[in-house]
Ligand binder design. Structure first.
Ligand SMILES: NC(=O)C1=CN([C@@H]2O[C@H](COP(=O)(O)OP(=O)(O)OC[C@H]3O[C@@H](n4cnc5c(N)ncnc54)[C@H](OP(=O)(O)O)[C@@H]3O)[C@@H](O)[C@H]2O)C=CC1
Ligand SMILES: CC(=O)[C@H](N)C(=O)O
Length: 253
């Protein structure tokens, strides 16, 4: 690591952020860059990534962008190769890309279930698989997986989504144990409701009407998560924040 200072605790680090084109991922990329990390931002919406890259660079940060569908293993491998060629070996991998669709199980929205499993589960394992060998060989690295408070408690109206986040929790916990002694940290971020566009893909309006509680209180902003992730990855080497449950004050699980 080089260039570490109080204002740039991540100086010398390279981070990859999936799902960086909007919401939480966008904010994580901005916060990591302003803490000094060089960030490789990834998603499918290149126009939004271009806009984010410009914003990061305008603020003095360093960013590269790569178009990537996280469900396609080869694209995630290429994302990490691109980051390493253009920015350097990846120190921090943020597997953030995800989708959420309210569905009543009894309405059998099975295409929505499949998509949720593909993006939220395979997106995370593809991300882990793309960085793990390099991190192990360097004896350092931090994998940050975006879970949810729905990874700790099943939410009605979000059964399959909750299942995918339990998957993220299980994989992360087991991986964390396997990585003991190898210099690699594995963290799950567990947000409650955050003000993003994640709900736009919901088509089961019966489920959303019945179970969406995000209007009931002041919910989190993406910046709250960007700050939290930066805190998690800025800890001294011997400190591992393995889980971070961050919720609206008025909506605990
Ligand atoms: N908002 C909330 O209340 C909470 C969200 N989370 C989690 O946070 C993460 C981000 O969600 P949020 O910011 O709210 O949602 P957004 O809908 O704002 O952002 C989702 C991001 O994921 C990307 N994405 C979706 N599908 C794919 C794909 N197949 N390949 C690559 N990228 C993809 C989108 O980019 P593009 O479409 O350009 O590819 C976008 O950048 C998710 O994992 C979500 O489960 C966790 C707890 C609470
Ligand atoms: C179900 C939740 O609490 C959360 N809004 C999420 O999107 O994961």
């Amino acid at each position: 690591m080089a260039c570490v200072s109080d204002s740039q605790p991540l100086g010398g680090n390279v981070a990859v952020v999936t799902g960086a084109s909007s919401g939480i991922g966008r904010s994580i990329a901005i916060h990591l860059a302003s803490a000094g990390a060089k960030v490789c931002i990834a998603a499918r919406s290149v126009d939004k990534l271009e806009e984010l890259k410009s914003e990061i660079e305008k603020n003095g940060g360093v960013a590269a962008l790569f178009k990537c569908d996280v469900t396609v293993r080869e694209e995630v491998i290429q994302l990490v190769k691109y980051a390493e060629t253009n920015l350097g070996p990846v120190d921090i991998m943020v597997n953030n890309a995800g989708v959420m669709m309210y569905t009543m199980m009894s309405n059998l929205m099975m295409d929505d279930w499949d998509k949720t499993i593909d993006v939220n589960c395979k997106g995370v394992t593809n991300g882990i698989g793309a960085v793990l060998t390099g991190m192990i060989s360097r004896g350092r690295g931090h994998i940050v997986n975006m879970s949810s408070d729905a990874g700790l408690q099943g939410f009605a109206g979000l059964a399959v989504y909750s299942g995918t986040k339990f998957f993220v929790e299980g994989v992360s916990q087991a991986l964390r144990h396997e990585m003991v002694g190898k210099g690699i940290k594995v963290t799950c971020i567990q947000p409650g409701d955050v003000k993003t566009n994640i709900q736009v893909n919901t088509t089961d309006m019966e489920a959303r009407k019945q179970y969406d509680a995000s209007e009931n209180c002041k919910i989190l902003d993406p910046d709250d998560i960007g700050r939290a992730v930066t805190y998690v990855v800025s800890q001294p080497d011997h400190v591992a924040i393995n889980q971070l449950l961050i919720e609206p004050k008025e909506a605990p699980i």
